[in-house]
Write a protein that binds this ligand. Structure first.
Ligand code: DLL
Length: 433
């Protein structure tokens, strides 16, 4: 039977959800207008005052916010509460420019942890479970968010943080952990290491995994489920909007329910900024409607996604987002063709390779080159050059039919690509453009 952490909210009628959103949006707009000069200025530039926003039907009038605004306003420029009321910051591990710092009051921490508790409950978690949290703890939101959610559900929480694989496996086995929370790439690595130690899925006590923070394919999900003997659930979130738990998967495993009592989602055309109807692919935009310290309205995530309101067999009524298909800023344009790393991953896994690969893009004589390095499994590993050449050729063909591009494929020895304990580094773009 499907379990809910807050059934009256998670299965509320659409009318009820709209009523919550209408009321909270109006209050949230008033809150930023009154307390954030940066925001007030952006609204004034559009000729808006809070009186123009009377319900969610007026959401489209508000200006967008982007990472650019967060950097501009760093560190305190978007803070909407006095520091006395704030209890925490988290920050993104952004690779370029200034870090993004998000602030939380106790209300904001509770709201965030409740969202994570909904995700853990949807994955079957109860107070009888032992939940090992192997996301990084610290400024990254993964560890603290799932840790808080696990407490709220009443699981015995094992805060291993990321890394130290031997110790992770020891705790899983000794404490008989039933739920594992970490990035999908680290879950795959843990699975690989346990297999090497001779542990079969039947011997591994885990029953569910809550994996997110990076893109992962359906094929990778099946792989992890098989090696660990679990059901693997996706979880989505971003630091700016609170952290993990903005959306989470239910037993249907066909998209993630967005916690619409706290966040309003829109899909826009990333170029024209026009709002697109449900079912269209575009950039995901979030408005928080119930936050105190760091409310963001119409924040452009850069994640490319589709929303669906089809009835879900789990009984939840909140809108679902598909697995993000990539980021508009992660999308590679190679010889004019749009390429998402996830498309490459699908080809590799369909041909029986583990999700350990690296994509190297360069520019030689004004032409883009795409080099894909792929790890073989120990069973495939051979010094028969003919066999390797044949395998490489099959991958080149698979990539050509998926991408419409010719790539250079190099098969490399098992374990030769560096493993990540957090988010995997899949793409190295050496082009100076
Ligand atoms: O990654 C929060 C998180 C932690 C989510 C743990 C899930 C689990 P950031 O570091 O700010 O926050 O990165 C946010 O990561 O905009 C997406 O591009 C990507 N992302 C997050 N979850 C998923 C997912 C955390 N399930 C950015 N699938 C987002 C694909 C994801 N991409």
């Amino acid at each position: 039977m499907e379990r809910y952490y807050q059934p009256e909210i998670e299965t509320a009628s659409r009318e009820q959800i709209k009523a919550w959103q209408d009321e909270r949006l109006v209050k949230q707009v008033r809150h930023v207008w009154d307390n954030v000069p940066y925001y007030r200025k952006k609204m004034e530039e559009k000729g808006l005052t809070p009186d123009d926003i009377r319900s969610t039907d007026d959401l489209y009038k508000l200006p967008f916010l982007s990472k650019y605004d967060l950097r501009e306003a760093y560190p305190y420029g978007l803070l909407a509460e006095p520091l006395e009321k704030c209890v925490r910051i988290q920050s993104t591990s952004g690779t370029t420019g200034k870090r993004v710092v998000a602030f939380y009051t106790q209300h904001d921490v509770d709201l965030w942890e409740e969202c994570c508790a909904r995700a853990i409950t949807a994955a079957g978690g109860t107070n009888k479970d032992v939940c090992q949290v192997a996301y990084g703890y610290g400024l990254f939101t993964g560890g603290p968010g799932l840790n808080g959610g696990s407490h709220k559900v009443g699981c015995l929480t094992v805060p291993t943080s990321s890394g130290n694989t031997e110790r992770q496996i020891m705790f899983i086995m000794d404490l008989q952990a039933t739920i594992l929370c970490c990035t999908p790439s680290y879950a795959a690595y843990l699975g690989e290491s346990m297999k090497e130690m001779g542990l079969t899925p039947e011997q591994i006590p885990l029953k569910a995994g809550i994996f997110g923070a990076e893109a992962w394919s359906e094929e990778m999900r099946r792989d992890i489920e098989k090696t660990l003997g679990i059901k693997a659930y996706d979880i989505y979130g971003l630091t700016e909007i609170s952290g993990p738990g903005v959306a989470f998967e239910c037993s249907a495993q066909s998209g993630m329910h967005i916690n619409e009592d706290h966040f309003i989602a829109e899909i826009i055309d990333p170029v024209t900024e026009e709002v697109l109807p449900d079912g269209s692919e575009g950039e995901l935009v979030f408005s928080s409607i119930d936050k105190e310290a760091f409310p963001l309205l119409r924040y452009r995530t850069r994640d490319i996604c589709v929303l669906t309101r089809e009835k879900c067999p789990c009984g939840r009524t909140h809108v679902k987002m598909c697995k993000p298909r990539g980021r508009s800023d992660d999308m590679l344009i190679i010889r004019g063709v749009n390429v998402f790393p996830s498309q490459i991953e699908t080809v590799l896994i369909n041909q029986g390779y583990p999700a350990n690969y690296q994509i190297i893009v360069d520019r030689v004589n004004h032409t883009d080159t795409l080099d894909v390095q792929v790890e073989m499994t120990p069973e495939m590993f051979t010094d028969n050059m003919g066999e390797i050449a044949l395998r490489q050729k099959k991958l080149v063909e698979g990539l050509r039919s998926m991408l419409g591009l010719t790539a250079k494929v190099t098969l490399v020895a098992p374990k030769s690509i560096v493993r990540s304990e957090g988010k995997a580094v899949r793409v190295i773009d050496k082009r100076k453009i």
